[in-house]
Design a protein around this ligand. Structure first.
Ligand SMILES: [Zn+2]
Length: 183
């Protein structure tokens, strides 16, 4: 088990068991969620403060809170994930993609097309950083090796020394995270 399992699982347990929606972890950082529910809210909206690690949610009807939260999380993480991808490209000098899309896939974390279009699941933002980094590196390496041959894995290992461990981690623990925020 990796050392970040414990930290991460604590948060996951909080999230799943007590339905505590007062905090969420994005890329290993805890964000506080403030919810204001009122019939006087003109339109469901949110304010994301990355510096203060705070997300303010204004919602009309609490009935739709979970659905709205998942939409907000996806929007916030779309921007963060795109930055992460660019940072990893700068750091590794892996090739640039054609497009990166952050989606709501049902069972896959990422994919890469022959045209160089990369799709990533927004829930990679809920994974421990080394694991999400592995997913991004995996897809970027497909821009060079469009297969899962031994030369592909050799390439992955150049940028993620612990890729075997990370791959195993996501196979075992990823299912739980993949099921979060589906309504
Ligand atoms: Zn692959």
């Amino acid at each position: 088990m990796c050392e970040y399992d414990i930290v991460f699982n604590n948060n996951l347990v909080t999230l799943l068991n007590t339905q505590d929606l007062s905090k969420i972890m994005f890329f290993d950082e805890i964000y506080t969620i403030e919810i204001v529910q009122s019939i006087f809210v003109y339109k469901d909206s949110y304010y994301f403060d990355d510096k203060k690690k705070n997300i303010l949610i204004l919602i009309q009807n609490e009935k739709y809170l979970e659905i709205y939260l998942s939409q907000v999380f996806r929007k916030i993480l779309t921007n963060i994930i795109k930055l992460k991808v660019d940072n990893i490209i700068n750091e590794t000098s892996l090739p640039r993609y054609n497009t990166v899309r952050v989606k709501d896939q049902i069972s896959i974390w990422g994919s890469c097309s022959k045209k160089g279009n990369i799709n990533l699941n927004w829930r990679i933002g809920l994974l421990p950083i080394p694991i999400s980094r592995y997913v991004i590196i995996h897809e970027l390496c497909h821009l060079i090796e469009f297969n899962h041959s031994s030369s592909f894995w050799k390439l992955v290992s150049q940028f993620d020394k612990n890729y075997i461990l990370h791959r195993k981690w996501i196979k075992i623990n990823g299912i739980k995270i993949m099921q979060l925020f589906r309504f």
